[in-house]
Write a protein that binds this ligand. Sequence first.
Ligand SMILES: [Zn+2]
Length: 321
Amino acid sequence: MTTELVLLGTAGAPLPVAGRGGISSALVVDGRVFVVDCGRGSPSAFVNAGLDFRRLSAVFISHLHADHIGDLPGLLLYPWGVRSGDHGPLAPVRVFGPSRPEALPAGDAAFHRETTIHPERPAPGTADLVESILAGYAYHLNVMPLDARMPDAGALVRGIDISVPAPAAGTAQVPVVVLEDGPVRVTAVAVTHGHAVPALAFRFDTADGSVVFSGDTTPNDDLIELAQGADILVHQVADLGYLERHGFTGAALERMAALHTDVSQVGGVAERARVGELILSHYLPAEPGAISDADWARRAGRGFSGITTAGRDGLRRALPG
Ligand SMILES: [Zn+2]
């Protein structure tokens, strides 16, 4: 068998930037495609990478910020017409992601919301999100089949919530098994990303090896444990010093530090996880011209004895097998 990682997009944060797609990655296992996060441009990056929409098996959402789910509707709806085979519709695309949080997080004096959107369900989970996508696009889903031969819309997608027990201080998390599907096993732990609770990291194990996706997180012991001995750790990276020099100060900078792992910290994370290769993704700043790949890799790799690679859109890495 073969397992190949493809970076579809490597930008962090919602604001579109020129030259880098929104955060999204794919793991291709014997031709079946598993997508992790679905940021801006993910469906186009998918096809640019030569991947086959008929082989899209599942999507994993690390958390419900827009930069990670903004192009989920497109990834599901654009290829709808090809999602059928000799025996009718293909199996639904499974979309796994965080469940509803127990409560809508509250803010404080510095950071708070004014209007609460959709107060009857202010913090929808992944299954809710998928249901809302279908509801919002019901016109297309109900009318298009009257003019073009389409697979049954009822077979398009299944949203599946991942319930992760709330992390207890000082206690290591036991990873949750999200999926066991033939040669693919996916496990997850909750990571730390400000008020985005839950936010998840995923580990994929196949016969060829292991790839871990950090999601968005501060340095996190449970992620380090999840990633132990993996071949590849795809980890988000931020340069908080750069952000400080470009207008993030005081409380705003502190908030950024409670959301992300700094470039000075990520090598230590990879070293403690004893992974083979650290691949950087979800860059902050996201603009490709802000910091060179060589600079990102050199600074992130400090303290890490393995290989550090500055990920870029379209990067591919086959697992050793
Ligand atoms: Zn993000």
